[in-house]
Write a protein that binds this ligand. Structure first.
Ligand code: ZN
Length: 114
């Protein structure tokens, strides 16, 4: 695992999606995971589409504060879910990491979910 986190920032279309994936507004690199998360959250709250690398070649969307409240449970591969039991049985974790992971983070508190 490298400990550099990269964010890609794109402009969202009027409907909130991104049609032109080649049009990257900025690529930001962070040595500190928490700084990347904080900066990504600020940009997502401001309405940009922010993607974070969680594994080589794999990207996840950084959610805004409003979206965090809707999808607060993050599994080991970085996918986010509405319910803790969905995060614990994430299909991507099984595919990419080879097994179910029971460590789920509640993004509202930053702590492991009960
Ligand atoms: Zn997962």
């Amino acid at each position: 695992m490298n400990n550099v986190t990269t964010l890609q920032v794109r402009v969202k279309d009027a409907d909130g999606y991104c049609r032109n994936w080649d049009d990257v507004l900025a690529t930001l690199t962070f040595a500190d995971e928490k700084d990347a998360e904080t900066c990504g959250r600020i940009l997502a709250d401001a309405g940009y589409l922010v993607m974070r690398n969680y594994a080589p070649g794999c990207w996840i969307t950084v959610f805004s504060t409003a979206e965090i409240n809707e999808f607060p449970f993050e599994c080991a591969c970085g996918e986010r879910y509405t319910k803790v039991e969905y995060a614990r049985t994430c299909r991507k974790c099984r595919t990419y990491l080879g097994r179910n992971h029971h460590e789920v983070i509640d993004l509202r508190t930053g702590e492991e979910a009960a």
